[in-house]
Design a protein. Structure first.
Length: 256
């Protein structure tokens, strides 16, 4: 009991009115871009992945405490992103009234190609079969995203990653409205202490530009059959998330 109370005693600001915001996605989804845009808002604290599970309410307090160490300003939301199945979002967190969730999904072809390029460049651990690793990761992660959305859909928004670069004004306007932000999100964003560093999301040159850059379709390692298979997974997941989430931004008009 004492261990649970200590964070509040040491940081009374934990009792301020606030909400937690989770960006739930997969690797190479443009999650670093979106988290930088979100974190640049005066109403949102956090911009990089904390690499932790959320199994109980105390974990939410710990996130807010740690983000307050980086910025003492009073915020409406405290942000983390979750990209891996080894990091758990428990049902008590998914269903918590103070939590909101953004589900971000990129096409299977672009995601797998991006992972393969990272492996080839030596930025990921070497794999005996890189294609199988990337394909399996994407498939299993898509299943987990749907599992999570089934439990928190009414507190969730789904964003098609391509719409973020093809129609940024529409996407950011709707995100701002859904989050109830006093100031709208911007297509330009701040560069932070860990921007572009290994271990803190995307470390390519693009993230350090400070604005949205479209890198779609820059390279392809997949056969037509492999592209078709990954596209099938993407479309099925996209359809499920758009139905489960309270608001959906799908691109080509970004209809809800």
């Amino acid at each position: 009991m004492i261990k649970k109370v200590l964070p509040i005693v040491r940081h009374p600001s934990l009792l301020w009115s606030y909400r937690h915001l989770f960006l739930v996605s997969h690797m190479r989804s443009r999650s670093t871009l979106l988290s930088h845009i979100l974190g640049s808002s005066q109403n949102i604290a956090g911009y990089f992945e904390q690499h932790r599970s959320y199994k109980r309410y105390h974990d939410l307090l710990r996130l807010r405490r740690d983000l307050l160490k980086l910025s003492s300003r009073r915020c409406q939301y405290y942000l983390d992103k979750v990209l891996h199945d080894r990091l758990e979002l428990a049902d008590c967190v998914l269903e918590h009234r103070k939590c909101k969730f953004i589900f971000l999904l990129r096409s299977g072809t672009e995601t797998i190609n991006s992972i393969l390029r990272m492996i080839a460049d030596g930025h990921f651990e070497r794999r005996d079969d890189p294609l199988e690793y990337a394909r399996s990761y994407y498939l299993q992660r898509c299943k987990r995203l749907v599992y999570y959305a089934e439990r928190c859909g009414q507190s969730a928004m789904f964003v098609d990653s391509d719409s973020l670069v093809s129609q940024p004004k529409v996407v950011l306007q709707k995100l701002s409205k859904w989050l109830g932000l006093a100031s709208p999100l911007s297509e330009t964003y701040d560069l932070f202490e860990h921007t572009g560093k290994v271990g803190f999301g995307d470390f390519s040159e693009n993230i350090s530009v400070g604005r949205i850059v479209d890198t779609s379709g820059s390279e392809n390692f997949l056969s037509h059959e492999e592209q078709a298979a990954s596209n099938k997974v993407f479309l099925a997941t996209r359809s499920a998330l758009s139905k489960l989430c309270h608001v959906s931004l799908l691109g080509k008009g970004c209809g809800e």
